[in-house]
Design a protein around this ligand. Sequence first.
Ligand SMILES: C[S@@+](CC[C@H](N)C(=O)[O-])C[C@H]1O[C@@H](n2cnc3c(N)ncnc32)[C@H](O)[C@@H]1O
Length: 237
Amino acid sequence: MAQINLPKRLSAISQLVEKGSLVADIGTDHALLPISLVESGICERVIASDIAIGPLQSASKNISAHDLGGKIATVLSDGLENVTEFEPQNIIIAGMGGETIRDILAASAYPKASNALLILQPMTHSELLRRFLIESGYSILSETVVREQHRFYVIITARFLNEQKHYFKNDSAVFELGGITSETNECGGEYLLWQKGVFEKNLTQIEKSAPSDDKNRLLEYFSALIRETERRMTQNT
Ligand SMILES: C[S@@+](CC[C@H](N)C(=O)[O-])C[C@H]1O[C@@H](n2cnc3c(N)ncnc32)[C@H](O)[C@@H]1O
């Protein structure tokens, strides 16, 4: 079977893995990432886990087709529940909503106790995930933006360190935008432009809405986000 050629999003995630580390891919589904990590020589062994039997069966089928059964263990697990006994050094949680990723991390003591590198790719609500990480004492180490077809994907790396230390210096709108600037890898600028459009749409809807206690607060919130996004489009902080 030919080596797996990862789509751009998964390829960007694989490039963040620490070479030689034991990786757990939580919510692996097809197991494309674990297969590629082993085939490319980045990892010797990978744990491919999923909460559901169907995806895990599809993972096992792909792993067998690539003859990697001895190097990739499949584990049925809700989040990190049955995975921590393997003591992974890198934990990937990708392709799920930010709330689900947050809940998986919050449910286990392992990510903090182990200081494992977390490689997180939320499909939605990255702001909830950043809020959780920052308020729980994790350091956000990097953010990458990838564009695949018409969609942007944000990939966040984080780790629980003795002292909390984020890679970004400016913490305005940090839950919503993290440290993403126009200089963030290949398409930070395009991402900010898209994100500004989303904030503007929200603002227009709020402007049209009936008066309420929250209306002025939300108008100010989205106006401030738009100003901060515009500022980041021209300044690299
Ligand atoms: C859309 S797929 C993403 C697959 C792959 N990680 C990727 O990024 O392409 C989401 C997978 O996460 C699994 N999942 C959802 N909640 C989970 C949880 N709490 N623990 C483990 N897996 C979970 C689902 O069963 C599904 O297979």
